[in-house]
Write a protein that binds this ligand. Structure first.
Ligand code: MV4
Length: 456
């Protein structure tokens, strides 16, 4: 087993990885930016190395600084967490060249699935259901118009190098297409240095349902069921749950089996997530694969009783999965609320110093956070400061538990999304499990009288 793991991340996920390492008896190295000197991940790691100034580009995205920190401390593996370098095939390649184990899939698999057009082709071939669309990137306006005419409007233009909603354009008629195509290409070029885009049939107000998988280096592949992630705003998830309120055991087994076969087809290893869109009739379509640990992994841990981060570390070390598919069981219901340092009405960031702080507890409550009383929430990074996760015997109990846990969460000195979560949990549609990616539209700030948004 690894003796020492460097954690190339910050915040709650760095602490989550420290938990797993401590339970496995593995030493940890924290890296941190100048803004994070007093952070808990630095305090609780066995060793720590400052890797640069506050800006992410100079620290948490700085591959040479991170590799140097691993070499200096003698770490034998790097866990990238989520965000930052977690889906960087380049970091995975540099790790291999330096004989440091990257805790994630092979660089070639990260590359394949990071190219959304290549991923779509590979997954179609592997048997996953797809929305109709272009076969690879579109080769200009005429080609795009032809694909759109064949599959019918509305269509969506997506960046090949995109994912997570960046660089997308919905097109409702042929007149709009040329401008939307050029805008999408320009945005994709600016954001990813790759202007390639593809065209796909647009599904109105779908559900977002994703499957968690684990694969080891001995050919074992399992799924850990699904997460419903439809409650999101601007492609940032707010609430996730497992199981989805709409999947039967039969559909879960069917989708899970398809996902496991597809992951096998690309020789996937370590933890991964297969995202699907689902229409109101329950038809589902492959979207993309995330080759990292996800923010919302705890809801899967709560219903399966497995520790996904420990599984990741064991897999990277060459060990076998600790369970077979037949041993994976789903018990009860889990919900996660992402608590952000932001105004609950306008969603504007709200960094600052937390003065009063109370963490809720009691049966079935988990609080994954790096925040504490008198800590400073930096404006340099993601606004997520905590994940409140509950588990109950069923969805009703989980909702009641989440409401009381939110009511007993005290975070003073900054604004947080706690009041917004309470409003969502009190919503009759949410309580009935009736949600789609359009759910949050009803919770958006009302435009000011006379503003363009109102008159539009
Ligand atoms: C779509 C779609 C409708 N039709 N593709 C957004 C993020 C990226 N993973 C894919 N996304 C979407 N792709 C087709 N063909 C709607 C979305 C989408 C969405 C997806 C999941 C969660 C929230 C979303 C919010 C808006 C749009």
């Amino acid at each position: 087993m690894f003796k020492k793991i460097l954690i190339a991340n910050r915040g709650e996920i760095a602490l989550r990885i420290i938990h797993a390492c401590r339970e496995l008896g593995i030493k940890t190295v924290a890296v941190y930016s100048e803004a994070d000197e007093n952070s808990l991940h630095v305090k609780f790691a066995d060793e720590d190395v400052c890797i640069g100034p506050a800006r992410s580009a100079d620290s948490y995205l700085n591959v040479p600084a991170i590799i140097s920190a691993a070499e200096i401390t003698g770490a034998d593996a790097i866990h990238p967490g989520y965000g930052f370098l977690s889906e960087s095939a380049y970091l995975a390649e540099v790790c291999a060249a330096c004989h440091i184990r990257f805790i994630g899939p092979d660089p070639s698999v990260i590359k394949l699935l990071g190219d959304k057009a290549r991923a779509r082709k590979a997954m179609k071939k592997a048997g996953l259901p797809m929305l109709p669309g272009s076969d690879g990137p579109v080769d200009g306006e005429e080609a795009a118009l032809k694909v759109a005419k064949d599959i019918g409007y509305p269509v969506i233009i997506k960046a090949v190098a995109g994912g997570g909603g960046r660089g997308m354009r919905i097109v409702r008629n042929p007149g709009e297409l040329p401008t939307s195509l050029r805008t999408a290409q320009r945005e994709a070029e600016a954001a990813f240095g790759n202007g390639d885009v593809y065209v796909e049939k647009y599904l109105e107000n779908p559900r977002h349902i994703e499957f968690q998988i684990l694969g080891d280096h001995h050919g074992n592949m399992i799924h850990l069921g699904e997460r419903e992630c439809s409650i999101q705003r601007r492609h940032q998830k707010l609430i996730e749950e497992s199981p989805s309120p709409v999947l039967s055991d039969k559909v879960r087994r069917k989708m899970g089996g398809l996902v496991v076969d597809a992951a096998r087809a690309v020789q996937y290893t370590n933890a991964g997530t297969f995202e699907f869109l689902m229409d109101p009739e329950g038809k589902f379509y492959y979207m993309e694969t995330n080759t990292r640990l996800q923010v919302e992994h705890p809801v899967t841990e709560m219903v399966t009783g497995l520790d996904i981060v420990k599984e990741q570390i064991r897999i990277a070390d060459g060990q076998r999965l600790s369970v077979r598919q037949s041993e994976v069981t789903f018990t009860g219901h889990s919900i996660e609320c992402r608590i952000n340092a932001e105004d609950p009405d306008t969603f504007a960031p709200s960094p600052g110093v937390i003065h009063a702080f109370n963490v809720p507890g009691g049966p079935g409550v988990r609080f994954d956070s790096f925040a504490h009383a008198e800590c400073t929430i930096s404006p340099y990074y993601d606004s997520m400061i905590a994940k409140l996760i509950v588990h109950g015997r069923d969805r009703r109990e989980a909702i009641a538990r989440m409401r009381r846990a939110l009511e007993m969460t005290v975070i003073e000195g900054i604004r947080t999304s706690v009041p917004l979560h309470l409003r969502i949990l009190n919503d009759p549609d949410f309580q009935a499990g009736k949600m789609s990616t359009a759910f949050m539209d009803r919770f958006m700030p009302k435009p000011k009288a006379g503003s363009l948004a109102e008159t539009a």
